[in-house]
Every structure is written in C-alpha cells, then in structure tokens.
Design a protein around this ligand. Structure first.
Ligand code: ZN
Length: 207
C-alpha cells in the first residue's frame, strides 16, 4: 500500500466534498491532527473508522486502499481483453494440434504408399512379403492412434440433424466409421445417427 498516495487521495476527496480537516475530524469523532497525518502519508486510518470515512468521502474501501478512483468500466474492459487473449491462445493451440494431425496423416499415407510399392517391387511374393506388409500395418497403427488422440483433444463434432455440437470419447472416436474430418456418430442430444462434421475453432474442417 502506498500511504502517501492514499493520503493525497483522502485530501483530494475531502476537498471535493468541501470539507476542512477539522470538519471531517468532527464528523468522525477524531482530531484534525489524525486527518493531517493520514493526508501527509504518516499514518493510515484505523480499520474501525475506514467504512465511515469512505461513506463520508463517497468512495469504497477498495478505492481508499488503492489511493485512486476505480473505474468499473475499465475493469470490465480489462477482463474482456483477458478473456479474448485466452480464447486466442486456445485457438492457436487448436490450430497447431490440427496441423500436427494433418502432417501425421499425410506422412503416414505417403510412407504407406512408398513402402507398399517398394515391398511389391523388391520382395518376391510369398511369406516374407505378407510378413513385411503385416509389420507395416502394425507400425502405422502408432501414428493412427496418435492422430485419433489429437482429434479428440481438439474441437467438436456437429450433428447434421439438430446442429448440436459435442466431443466424442476416445473409444467412440476410434470405433465409429469416419472419413478424414467427418464421422458417423449417434448424437447425444437427438439420438440420431449422421455424418457429423468436425469443427475446429468454430469452423468446419475438411481434413
Ligand atoms: Zn443431434
């Protein structure tokens, strides 16, 4: 607490109310020396007297202790800005996660195509070819599961029947038929099945 600032504030409010130090002191039942001490920043008003003092000066305790008028409007604006910044941060994060998922799916697809081509070209048909293909599928399950996990973390799905937006569980996400950005879910609100569209940051995404 800045006692000097508070003192100056008390003096300013007192003058605004056209009161002398003596008049204010009488109203509070204390000496004018006490008031002079507050106003010079040498002492703080007793807590027992604060509320009465605030009433007389038509300020609130919060304002008294911060030594200035507090504009409610500016507080609301500040909160709004904070909220906006937070939303922006979440949107940024969502964007990054979705981009990661895209890269993951695309690179898996490319890897899958190239390795299949290589196996067919260089490994003679037979048990080894099957074994390698099975191993490739197993390896691709890893990015597949990871992409699914990212998908659950970010955004929602929009029911095509009632426009309700919802987030599926990991298991639902994994076990329901889907394309790159829509999935055949049963809507938890209307109970109907439809190809629900993926929504990230308020927009439908295709991939
Ligand atoms: Zn629905």
């Amino acid at each position: 607490m800045d006692q000097v600032k508070i003192g100056r504030f008390i003096a300013a409010c007192r003058k605004q109310k056209d009161l002398t130090q003596l008049q204010l002191a009488e109203e509070l039942g204390i000496t004018d020396k006490a008031i002079s001490k507050w106003e010079r920043g040498k002492a703080m008003p007793d807590t027992s007297i604060m509320i009465e003092l605030c009433d007389l000066l038509e300020i609130n305790v919060n304002e008294l202790l911060s030594g200035e008028r507090i504009n409610m409007e500016s507080i609301n604006l500040k909160n709004e800005k904070l909220l906006l910044d937070m939303t922006k941060e979440v949107e940024q994060k969502n964007k990054m996660i979705w981009a990661t998922r895209r890269v993951l799916l695309l690179s898996s697809l490319v890897f899958c195509l190239i390795s299949t081509a290589v196996v067919y070209r260089f490994v003679p048909e037979g048990i080894w070819q099957y074994a390698i293909m099975a191993a490739l599928v197993a390896v691709l399950l890893v990015p597949g599961f990871y992409a699914t996990k990212l998908d659950v973390t970010v955004g929602t799905y929009k029911c095509q029947k009632c426009n309700h937006e919802f987030a599926p569980t990991y298991l639902e996400e994994l076990l329901t038929p889907h394309t790159t950005a829509s999935q055949f879910f049963k809507c938890p609100k209307c109970g109907k099945r439809s190809w629900c569209r993926k929504i990230v940051n308020g927009k439908t995404v295709r991939f």
